[in-house]
Design a protein around this ligand. Sequence first.
Ligand code: ADP
Ligand code: ZN
Length: 435
Amino acid sequence: MKNYYQKEIETASREEILAIQNEKIVKQVRHVYDHVAYYRKLMDEKGVKPEDIRSVEDIKKLPFLSKADLRDAYPYGLLAKPLSECVRIHSTSGTTGKRVVAFYTQHDIDLWNDCTARAIVAAGGTKEDVVQVCYGYGLFTGGAGLDGGSHKVGCLTLPMSTGSTERQIQFMMDLNATIICCTPSYAAYIGETLAEKGYKPEDNKLRIGIFGAEPWTEEMRRNIQKSLGIKAYDIYGLTETSGPGVAFECEEQHGMHINEDHFYAEIIDPDTGEVLPEGSKGELVFTALDKEAFPLLRYRTKDICVLSREKCSCGRNFVRMSKPMGRSDDMMIIRGVNVFPSQIETVLLNEGYTPNYQILVDRVNNTDTLDINVELSPEHFSDKVSDIQKRERGLETAMRGMLGIGPKVHLVPPKSIQRSEGKAVRVIDKRKLHD
Ligand code: ADP
Ligand code: ZN
């Protein structure tokens, strides 16, 4: 089954995509140079003029932008349109520090909604669906992003926002929601709550989930698919480039297709800034090709992934990005070893635990410590103390195998770790408090 929202562009050949990109980038660089003094200065400092950019091949000559630039230019410094032409503001969720704000013209909103509509249709959504959006509405882009796409597809949209999990479930059941959109951690929580209420996965009408906004593992995907009785799709995006929908999974579920008619992607070495060849793992960098109000060129996402142009059986020729395993910011360096929370999640779910865990990092006597609190499932809670200790040691061994360093695992009572309704906070790094 082949599902497209904008078939012509979604199935365009590589040559056609490249031609579109080349045409757009020339105009975009001129637009930014003429209207964004902040970026004009960066280009001037680098000695690059708009006329030097004749195709996407030349993008590598442009200076990078980083989150620090966005904070520096806060709030209007990167705006490329008069405020009177802007219709919306969104803001990052502030996961990694001071929030940045992004502006949208109506054209930008339409373009963004088209992207999320493509994601919904690629996942199998049609106008017959009832879409429950339980990403946060408001400054966060999740709610508005999926809501806009759902309207474009013509789905009946349930704008629930996050929280009130009881009511989410009531409406899901009473109004026969067929598609659910939220963070994967919230999806897991909803699945857990459904089970507690005595519902079986087949009791609801849900068939598709579209989850993103935070890293999640394949093990987490299986866990959610099972508890909700759905097929779960990944969606990726960030406020700086519009919001969710920059990339989305097709039925193949082998990486997410980047909407390349709107976003040009590069992978760079995060240390040197050098552009890496296809297939290399590195930092993802985006250039917005046709956004008007907040058109970032060469924005460094800090997300680490791999790009692939291998042919996809879905018929799309858009490049695919691998699931980002976490931002460079999420990576913990513990006793000199790089550790990602996603590796810990993989071990826990493989060992039959729930995705309710918390990672505590500290420094004691100049040595880094790694403690992982993991919830026991209710059926294990009654185990003898000696059994629990045995389980803890077992998990520690499995963790050591995956991470290369040995953490201390503490099994804690069911429900003692706070559930997430938005982006889960998995790591508490106390070393930062001492520094
Ligand atoms: P913040 O940067 O404050 O979290 P955003 O809400 O804009 O604000 O979050 C964008 C970031 O969320 C991305 O850069 C990426 O790190 C993460 N993200 C979004 N979607 C996914 C996804 N599907 N998988 C992994 N990480 C994701
Ligand atoms: Zn595909």
